[in-house]
Design a protein around this ligand. Structure first.
Ligand SMILES: Cc1cc2nc3c(=O)[nH]c(=O)nc-3n(C[C@H](O)[C@H](O)[C@H](O)COP(=O)(O)OP(=O)(O)OC[C@H]3O[C@@H](n4cnc5c(N)ncnc54)[C@H](O)[C@@H]3O)c2cc1C
Length: 842
């Protein structure tokens, strides 16, 4: 049993100096810290006035409860900890699953992982070499049998993820400081867990394992508490957890723990209990296909594939004995997963996929059927685990419910076919979009209870004392989370369905039309005895697969035509390159526009990439717009450029580091351009200090907006705009200004604007920032770009206040004035955009 659960239980189940069940949880912010509960048992207070009999009062109170320690819950935990937000993570498992699922980590996720204690660099180092996963191979057998085609997904010069000195890598680095990766979820989750432990304000005590959420109760605000905008009000959410192996001292039949939270985040996966308890519906297609995943190892098979120059990430195998997609997770240690179609209720795991039967299917997948004694003998084949799963394409109607206190993210909010590898990646990006919002709400809440808290000096703290109601701010922030993330999920669901359709083009070309198996399965009457149904289905599937025997591989008109068709599809795909692809191609690996170019402002103008899907796939709602990855568009991720950061003063200026425009808000990411996590700056970095008055309490780190601006008027224009923004920011929210000059020689003309830790001056090292501005029609010296803490562009404008409105000049190229909307002069528009992002205005 997990240590944390034990220690928690020890506190809860000890003789009752602790609260009895039914005690009301103290409501003040400090008392609501579960750290205090666990370590000091501060819940001894019982409020005799508690008249809330309909809801059992909680044993534990926390600001944020994350349900589920999968990749999404753990990412959220790590990001919240970086903002200093206390929280509790509950997970039903005692330890992470060893059964692999996701393996493709996309570019945006790797960018998000970079600041999480160097996780991005660690993945890049630990993953298999690119040579082992750059291709997809279409074949009748992995090691033996006929190769029908192959596609190299990196042959257009995109990054290689591991080598940093060649041309390929340089090309890639024009769009991102990070790389896509091939790294199994079963290896990623333990790595994330270690980092989440290390970052959590209370270390491992912030996690309860062996704790299954069984129920969620949201309590609406009472009349006296009042409900305000968006249904926000005091209220609360209470989660009931079943702790494995424990019984309460006061009731041996009760092993439950109730947790009271201000915000409960459902990261509990595709079958989310939180979602069901909250009565949130999914729309789309719940069951597109059933599959069995067989996790296996064979060093023999891996070595054979590498030595025969057949190393690949995916093998699409078609032969008379088996049709399967085999993922080579790591050819260095011979680890694979085979995905094999499964047809319940006529088939069952027990009868059709025993370890022995799976081993036979895997031998067939490796050898392409019998090869006249030329088989690759897999003497070391070991079947590790066998799991059935259902491929779905669904998105939750709402991502936020329960008076804005219950928030869905990851698979709890959306489930896609894995074709294209968007499931986990979209979930991790949900967590990224949520973390800074939760941190903002906590900062606003802290500011209302501790007015001495400030970032940029007393003056600005006074200015924000008009502070908004934190419940209203929370409701607005959660609502914008749903408004932005649901359309991304809708688009990625449709894209994944289109990708799955694309996958089915190859079997169709081989004489295995997509509908054939379902027609067969649907035609078998359920009233027949199970054994007969199984035999009928098995025989029918065998007839279909027979198309992939001698007919396909022999020298005959049908076989020749089918092989040529698949080869042509692979060629078409290769011609399109990693990011492009053409009609008549095969499944892509990389989707730059959807990966890096998703936008949050439907109304923003600017270059767009057309959607790659044509059908809505049954999922309700609009999809997010997508843009070319490095286009400067309001709502999209800020274009990546390396900025050379200079010492705050001195002429000639001394270089002290290199930072991506994506990371100007990130206090801890000052890498060298090789992205290896090397810190190029010594001493404290801007923003790493604690917000005065909050150290060790609600937030040691700030929510940081960055203003990346030209050096117009000796940097004074940028400094002025920054100070206006700071005066309008609530406590706990910082604004970093980065004054960018075109070259080192221009820097000397910048006045001394960089006297504090929130101001920096930089040089646009390789001209990419300039290129992004020019593409957007901006004037390089006067352009100012306000970037949110999640690196999305909140506003683009000019430092020449009042002289130009945003709907003129490049304003028309970038479209709207900002996520906050246009209005008034430039300065007012920028402030408005920031305050709207922060939920300070509705
Ligand atoms: C075969 C396959 C291949 C895939 N390949 C890719 C890929 O290459 N790239 C990609 O991006 N995605 C891929 N995916 C999708 C990816 O695996 C999921 O999107 C991802 O696991 C979602 O992460 P999550 O944290 O939201 O949910 P999960 O990983 O499901 O984690 C949920 C966690 O919550 C816990 N939990 C559940 N219920 C409760 C409860 N009631 N109380 C407490 N804890 C609970 C679970 O134990 C689990 O630890 C693939 C999926 C499959 C099936």
């Amino acid at each position: 049993m997990a240590r944390v659960a034990r220690s928690l239980a020890a506190v809860l189940l000890a003789p009752r100096t602790h609260p009895r069940l039914g005690a009301r949880v103290p409501r003040s912010r400090d008392e609501r810290s579960c750290a205090r509960l666990v370590s000091t048992s501060s819940l001894s207070a019982v409020n005799p006035d508690d008249d809330d009999d309909d809801v059992r009062s909680a044993d534990v109170a926390v600001p944020v409860l994350i349900v589920g320690a999968g990749p999404v819950g753990l990412t959220l935990s790590a990001l919240l900890s970086r903002f200093g937000v206390d929280h509790l993570v509950c997970e039903r498992r005692a330890r992470p699953s060893t059964h692999p699922q996701a393996h493709f980590v996309n570019n945006r996720t790797m960018e998000i992982f970079r600041p999480v204690l160097g996780l991005g660099a660690s993945i890049a180092r630990s993953q298999p070499p690119l040579e082992h996963w750059r291709r997809f191979v279409y074949c009748t057998g992995m090691a033996r049998g006929v190769e029908l085609g192959r596609v190299d997904h990196f042959d257009d010069g995109t990054h290689d993820g591991t080598h940093h000195d060649d041309d390929d890598d340089r090309h890639h680095r024009e769009v991102s400081p990070a790389s896509v990766a091939h790294f199994g979820q079963h290896r990623l989750v333990p790595e994330l867990l270690q980092r989440a432990y290390a970052l959590h304000p209370r270390g491992r005590d912030g996690f309860i394992t062996g704790a299954t959420l069984t129920d969620v109760v949201t309590r609406s605000p009472t009349a006296s508490e009042g409900a305000s905008e968006g249904g926000a009000g005091k209220g609360r959410v209470t989660a009931r957890l079943a702790l494995a192996g424990f019984n309460r001292a006061d009731d041996p039949n009760d092993s439950t723990l109730s947790v009271d939270a201000d915000v409960l985040v459902a990261a509990d996966g595709a079958n989310s209990r939180v979602r069901d308890s909250s009565l949130v519906r999914m729309t789309g297609t719940p069951a597109m296909q059933h599959l069995v995943n067989v996790h296996f190892t064979s060093q023999t098979l891996a070595s054979q594939l590498v030595s025969d120059d057949r190393a690949a990430m995916l093998y699409f195998v078609f032969n008379p004995d088996v049709v399967a997609v085999v993922v080579a997770h790591d050819l260095r240690n011979g680890e694979f997963v085979a995905q094999i179609p499964f047809f319940p209720p006529h088939q069952s795991l027990e009868r059709d996929f025993s370890r022995r039967q799976c081993a036979a299917l895997l031998e067939a997948a490796a050898n392409g059927g019998t090869n006249g004694g030329n088989e690759c003998a897999l003497d070391d084949l070991e079947v590790r685990s066998v799991r059935a799963w259902t491929m779905s394409a669904e998105v939750a109607d709402r991502f936020v419910t329960g008076n804005s206190r219950v928030v869905l993210c990851g698979d709890a909010a959306h489930r896609f076919p894995p074709a294209g590898g968007f499931g986990m990646n979209t979930g991790i990006q949900d967590a990224h979009a949520l973390a800074w919002r939760i941190a903002t709400w906590r900062a606003v809440e802290a500011a209302t209870t501790r007015p001495e808290t400030f970032v940029h000096g007393e003056e600005s703290s006074r200015a924000r004392l008009d502070s908004s109601d934190p419940d209203v701010v929370r409701a607005r922030l959660m609502s914008s989370y749903e408004r932005e993330r649901r359309p991304v999920a809708v688009g990625n669901t449709r894209l994944s369905v289109a990708n799955f359709d694309q996958v089915l083009e190859v079997p169709a070309a081989l004489g295995l039309p997509r509908a054939a198996a379902s027609v067969l399965v649907d035609a078998v009457p359920l009233w027949l005895p199970e054994s007969i149904r199984r035999d009928v289905v098995r025989a029918g599937l065998a007839v279909g697969r027979a198309q992939c025997g001698s007919l396909l591989v022999g020298d005959n008109p049908v076989g020749n035509a089918r092989r040529a068709a698949v080869a042509e599809m692979c060629n078409n795909q290769s011609k399109g390159g990693a990011g492009g692809g053409t009609d008549g191609g095969t499944l892509r690996l990389q989707f730059p526009a959807e990966d890096l170019g998703f936008g949050y402002d439907e109304g923003a103008k600017g270059p767009r990439t057309p959607p790659r899907w044509t059908k809505d796939a049954g999922v309700a709602g609009a999809a997010a717009p997508t843009h070319p990855p490095n286009a400067l568009v309001v709502g999209a991720r800020v274009p990546h450029a390396w900025l050379t950061v200079l010492e705050s003063s001195g002429d000639p200026a001394k270089i002290c580091g290199v930072v991506s425009t994506l990371d100007v808000s990130e206090p801890g990411v000052w890498d060298g351009p090789d992205g290896d996590g090397r810190v190029a700056r010594k001493g404290p970095r801007p923003g790493e200090g604690d917000v005065r008055g909050t150290k060790g309490k609600s937030g040691g780190r700030h929510v940081v907006f960055s203003l990346i601006a030209g050096d117009w008027d000796g940097g004074k224009g940028a400094a002025e705009l920054a100070s206006t923004l700071r005066a309008a920011a609530p406590a706990g929210v910082a604004v970093r200004v980065c004054v960018v000059s075109s070259s080192l020689s221009d820097v000397s003309s910048i006045d001394d604007v960089s006297s504090d830790e929130w101001t920096m001056r930089a040089v646009d090292g390789d001209g990419r920032w300039r290129a992004a501005l020019v593409d957007a029609g901006a004037d390089v010296a006067t352009a100012a770009v306000l970037v949110r803490p999640d690196a999305h562009v909140a506003w683009v404008g000019s430092l020449e206040f009042g002289n130009r409105r945003l709907d003129a000049g490049y304003g028309s190229a970038t479209g709207r004035a900002g996520l906050g909307g246009a209005g008034g002069d430039e300065r007012g528009g920028c402030v408005d955009a920031m305050r709207r992002c922060l939920g300070l205005v509705g």
